[in-house]
Ligand binder design. Sequence first.
Ligand code: G3I
Length: 334
Amino acid sequence: PQSLRALGAAINLPIGSALTPDDITKWGSISGGQFSVVTGANAMKWQTVEPNTQGTYDWTDADQLVAFARANHQLVRGHTLLWHNQLPTWLTDGVAAGTITKTQLWSLLEKHIFTELGRYKGKIWQWDVANEFFTDADPSGIDPNNWWVANAGADIIPQAFKWAHQADPNALLFYNDYNITGEDGTNAKSDAVFAWVRQQRDAGVPIHGVGTQAHLDTQYGFDPQRFQSDLERYASIGLKIAITEADVRTFVDGPDTQVPTDSLAQFAQPFEYAAMLSAAVSVPQVISFTVWGWTDSDSWVPSTFSGEGYACIYDVNQQPKQAYYSLQKVLELA
Ligand code: G3I
């Protein structure tokens, strides 16, 4: 059987993964062989690139990612410019102390965007410009308590898209969020994000697509039809779609074994991966399908959700799981 990237290439759908420096240094031949688009799990976030002192940059991880992609003939998704998480402490402390004013915060973001997009100009296919501005608890609109909204005002979001477009006019610019394609069996946040993105696009903001993170959990009651109709809704108004962070977590015995206690999960997981990819394959405006890390030895899930894991398509020994074969099958049949 062929690699995911070869099968995806045959139907013009790049298949991707988030990568950490470990993925590159320890298992680069798998990441390079299976995927044709890569995202830095953390490499391009503000905290990573300007960590300790304002104006002192560390491009080590981002440069490594871009060089790896080039060596393996892969596209790059840039992730992410405007997010409330993983901001440098000098920035959040400065804002909290009042030594960074609202005007200065706008200038700092402008500088951040022009510096990072300038460094990698022409090398990034898609940028996740803005990330996670809606909450599950109150999806009626942009979260007023979001760090950026509270400190810079909601107008900073469209402005970030405008700066990004100026800095790298050929990059496709995305709004990225989770639970916007029926992941948990509801659609309220999905409706809110759809309405906001359409409004921004209609107002002339350079927003080219929506990234649905697609972090599933086998206990949630995932609805494949809704997943597909939510993708189609964006397509119907002329937006592109990227599946940006797909994974399917389950309850596991423990961090060492990483095997589901619930045997149903062993069936649900490959089914849910396959359902997501089938939907992506049937909507032509979906331009990439990315998993959020491909190996269970390097997944974000166990440290975030106590008692859960086994979320990736390869196991802790870098062996393909049923989830991997299910993706392969969907691509073979497409
Ligand atoms: O780099 C430090 C290291 O110096 C320190 O020793 C260590 C101790 O905890 O922490 C390291 O930082 C960790 C960082 O990943 C790099 O490994 C952080 O603690 C940890 O919180 C951070 O987690 C990342 C998470 O975003 C933060 O919210 C995950 O790797 C990353 O996969 C995850 O990705 C997000 C997407 O960006 C947005 N969508 C959700 C997705 C999953 O949370």
